[in-house]
Ligand binder design. Structure first.
Ligand code: SAM
Length: 271
């Protein structure tokens, strides 16, 4: 199976095209939970954060280790709830953007952001109340290692929050491979495969929510925003990456509609 190397991930998330995509997606680069068919993406992605934080019991005074933090949307949300956040990401450009947004939001005191690979966190053991890992495991087949790294930094009784896009086992292999190549992510797992790993690790499941019905509306909104900006974006970075992004987003939307691409989160208590 193809792999996405660290340099490839850095190139993707640090690219001018990804900055434009981010302007369509918003500060939370993950799925949303929509309360009505016409609801915008921003309140829906924030609602997803709120659900996970509530289920993990993250409130004022909590110390959170966020891995693969994107541009820090979750960090800022959790800091506004009163948490202190140690955030990390493999992309230096996204770390710089997160830092700037944290400062603009007046949250620089509450959030420390650094460059790090989630397979090998630059922290000691046993200091966090929660480790937050949202929509980033699709890039690695060594999910066991990443979950164990997250568990390592937790205090006794701490919670691991894991959210990822999933791929139904019934997805036609050729379609699946095409999407993986276009996204540059080769390790979409099924929910069942995640459940088996959690059982193997012996973690207690506090909460587990399968929210796949929200994949289609999330990608529909990002696709619509990209299409509305198609000309302006092409003038900035060239037509080819913009057309590729529009095609890929529509494909992800269709995968959601077909029930192939799913989304789930779980709150775990490592032994
Ligand atoms: C879809 S984005 C999600 C970002 C963020 N968690 C959020 O919800 O807004 C995936 C993120 O995973 C990060 N990532 C991918 N592989 C990584 C690795 N090996 N170590 C750390 N971060 C990684 C990328 O840089 C990117 O920020």
């Amino acid at each position: 199976m193809a792999e996405t190397g660290a340099d490839e991930i850095r190139a993707k998330y640090g690219s001018p095209m990804f900055a434009l995509l981010t302007s369509c997606w918003g500060e939370h680069l993950h799925m949303g939970v929509f309360e009505s068919p016409g609801e915008a993406l921003a309140p829906a992605t924030e609602r997803a954060c709120a659900m996970m934080a509530d289920d993990a019991g993250i409130g004022a005074g909590a110390v959170v280790c966020e891995v693969a933090c994107g541009i820090g949307g979750s960090s800022r949300y959790l800091a506004r709830r009163g948490a202190r956040v140690e955030a990390s990401n493999i992309s230096p450009e996204q770390v710089a953007t997160a830092d700037a947004l944290n400062r603009d939001a007046g949250l620089a005191e509450a959030i420390v952001t650094r460059e790090a690979d989630y397979h090998d966190l630059p922290y000691g053991d046993g200091w966090a109340d929660a480790c937050w890992n949202v929509e980033a495991l699709l890039y690695t087949d060594d999910k066991k290692r990443v979950l164990e790294e997250g568990a390592r930094v937790l205090k006794p009784g701490g919670r691991l929050i894991v959210s990822d896009l999933t791929m139904d086992e019934a997805t036609p292999p050729a379609e699946r491979e095409d999407l993986a190549n276009r996204v540059g992510a080769h390790h979409y797992w099924s929910v069942a495969r995640y459940d088996a790993l959690v059982a193997e690790l012996g973690y207690r499941v506090g909460k587990r929510a399968v929210l796949s019905e929200f994949v289609e509306p999330t990608f529909a909104r990002v696709t619509a925003s990209m299409l509305a900006n198609r000309q302006a974006f092409s003038a900035r970075v060239g037509a080819e990456p913009v057309e590729a992004a529009c095609f890929r987003l529509e494909m992800q939307r269709r995968f959601g509609e077909m029930g192939w691409l799913g989304w789930y989160y779980t709150v775990l208590q490592p032994a």
